[in-house]
Design a protein around this ligand. Structure first.
Ligand SMILES: Cc1cc2nc3c(=O)[nH]c(=O)nc-3n(C[C@H](O)[C@H](O)[C@H](O)COP(=O)(O)OP(=O)(O)OC[C@H]3O[C@@H](n4cnc5c(N)ncnc54)[C@H](O)[C@@H]3O)c2cc1C
Length: 505
């Protein structure tokens, strides 16, 4: 049976779920009623957000294991705002900031980042001067940032070029590459500064120097911190935030509040033009969606909240130019391995949030998070939980290694880096195939070209486009929902305009 929907959202990750939520919210605000359907090909909601509970004793609290994101950044306000809209304030879990310390592997041994290094920029002279992480020459080179004039043209550049230009090669190798490229699982020599860290370029443009810019931002934050919060009853929020029972809480809470038709195990295979008006003189839906089980539905608006390569397949016949550009967004695959240990079998003090590993160290793993130090409630009291990151642009070969060999390598790395010899109580491996979109230089222009090449009524949104983090996904979903409602409220295109759509198709 064919069904008509005003709006169809494809993809039940956090972007698709948030798009559905904000469609509801926006429709309510505008006083209109709309019908939508949300389609997800797998048998669960959340996409890359996946939390598992593992109980090892009937009396102790379970381990909370994250397969994908373990937190969201609260300085980008949208995920936090969504959590609050859903009434999750009491379930927010801050990081243990009194234990915050990040280590970087240097010649095989973990070395603490000096105090006062904000992201990549030293803002406290003494701890930075004392640190052995960067050589004396490297420190002098970083200090030159104070004097080097800002880049005048607005052209994009790679993260590597930007950091080398401002702070020098050692800062790139020891700090920026493991920290900043690590977030994107990216190659610093391809990664677009404008698409991934535009704030650094903005600081450079405004203050003529990253160090001056960071110091100015720090002063502003301190001044703001003295202003009492407007909503005095709200919990203090850490820079990275999760939920007591893990990130899946956000997914489940959104899903529970959705009133539309939400279908799991429904893979969309194709989107075609279908203008019912031409056939019957009725109101559109304009598009027809085919499912892998042969069903078809029609819609006026379609929101594609799926990976770019999946969106490309769906619009290949409808908008080949857009499909071509979508396929230009490269992906890498990543994985996480969570390991639980008895506390008394690991001598390491776990005195921080974990270790990032520069590419130059040539290790088969990319980073280790000390999950049960970073957050409370991740492991029972007498146990610890660690998470090892694999794959990405640095170690793609690790994704092809079978589970047994992978565990052998991971345990060898834990022994070499953290002196852990004990056997884990259990481990969980999560493999994410083609999971991380790569924002290569020119990414933002590519995204604009995709948006321009898509026919009216079809929207792409989420991690492949304007930010990979959970808050960015929620933000894009909200913006897309507002744009879709605007389209729903605008008069229908004339038949001449529709002819143009057919020409594109
Ligand atoms: C290991 C890892 C760690 C991460 N850590 C963090 C972190 O700590 N903090 C952070 O903010 N971000 C983190 N991220 C990034 C963040 O998790 C993702 O960018 C975000 O969850 C992507 O959400 P999404 O909804 O855009 O896409 P996805 O989660 O990929 O959802 C897309 C959905 O579309 C479905 N789909 C695809 N094709 C079709 C089709 N044809 N029909 C129907 N459904 C389809 C898929 O099954 C999937 O469920 C991490 C990512 C990974 C992989």
């Amino acid at each position: 049976m064919k069904k008509n929907y005003d709006i169809v959202i494809i993809g039940g990750g956090i972007t698709g779920l948030s798009a559905a939520w904000y469609l509801q919210q926006e429709a309510q605000a505008q006083g209109i009623s709309l019908s939508y359907t949300l389609l997800e090909q797998s048998n669960r909601w959340g996409g890359k957000i996946l939390t598992e509970e593992m109980a090892t004793s009937p009396t102790a609290p379970p381990f909370i294991i994250e397969g994908g994101p373990d937190s969201f950044i609260s300085q980008k306000p949208w995920a936090l705002q969504l959590a609050r809209e859903l009434g999750l304030e009491d379930e927010l879990l801050p990081t243990n900031d009194h234990k915050r310390k990040t280590f970087v592997l240097s010649k095989g041994r973990p070395m603490a980042f000096p105090d006062g290094v904000l992201l990549i920029v030293p803002t406290k002279i003494l701890p930075f001067a004392k640190s052995r992480l960067i050589s004396p020459l490297g420190k002098l080179r970083m200090g030159l940032d104070w004097f080097i004039p800002a880049k005048k043209d607005g052209a994009d550049e790679t993260l590597a070029d930007f950091i080398k230009r401002r702070l020098g090669s050692e800062a790139l190798d020891k700090i920026a590459e493991p920290l900043l490229s690590g977030i994107y699982n990216a190659d610093a020599y391809k990664q677009s500064i404008m698409a991934t860290f535009p704030r650094f370029r903005a600081l450079e443009a405004k203050h003529g120097s990253l160090i001056k810019g960071m110091l100015a931002s720090q002063r502003m934050r301190k001044a703001q911190a003295k202003t009492p919060p407007v909503n005095g009853n709200k919990k203090p929020i850490s820079m990275f935030t999760s939920f007591d029972k893990g990130m899946q809480v956000l997914v489940d809470a959104v899903r529970a509040r959705l009133t539309g038709d939400c279908q799991l195990e429904t893979a969309v295979t194709k989107i075609e033009i279908r203008d019912q008006r031409i056939e019957t003189g009725d109101q559109p839906p304009t598009y027809q969606l085919s499912f892998s089980d042969g069903r078809k539905i029609a819609a006026k608006n379609v929101i594609l909240a799926v990976p770019a390569f999946a969106a490309a397949r769906l619009v290949a016949d409808l908008a080949p130019d857009a499909a071509g550009k979508l396929n230009e967004i490269r992906y890498v695959s990543t994985g996480t391995v969570s390991l639980a240990f008895r506390r008394n079998e690991v001598a390491h003090p776990l005195n921080g949030f974990g270790i990032v590993i520069p590419r130059s160290e040539n290790r088969p793993i990319n980073a280790i998070t000390w999950s049960s130090t970073k957050f409370d409630k991740r492991a029972p009291k007498d146990h610890i939980l660690l998470r090892v990151f694999i794959g990405g642009s640095r170690n793609p070969h690790m994704m092809a290694v079978d589970d047994e060999k992978l565990m052998t390598t991971v345990r060898q790395e834990l022994k070499a880096i953290m002196d852990i010899e004990a056997a884990p109580v259990f481990h969980r491996i999560f493999r994410w195939d083609r999971s991380n979109p790569q924002y290569d230089v020119g990414h933002l222009e590519r995204v604009e070209a995709i948006e321009e090449a898509l026919p009216a009524g079809i929207f792409v949104t989420g991690s492949p486009y304007r930010g990979v983090g959970v808050p960015d996904c929620v933000h894009q979903a909200q913006q897309t929902a507002v744009a879709v409602i605007k389209e729903q409220l605008t008069p229908l295109p004339s038949l001449t305009q529709l002819d143009n759509i057919f020409t594109i198709a």
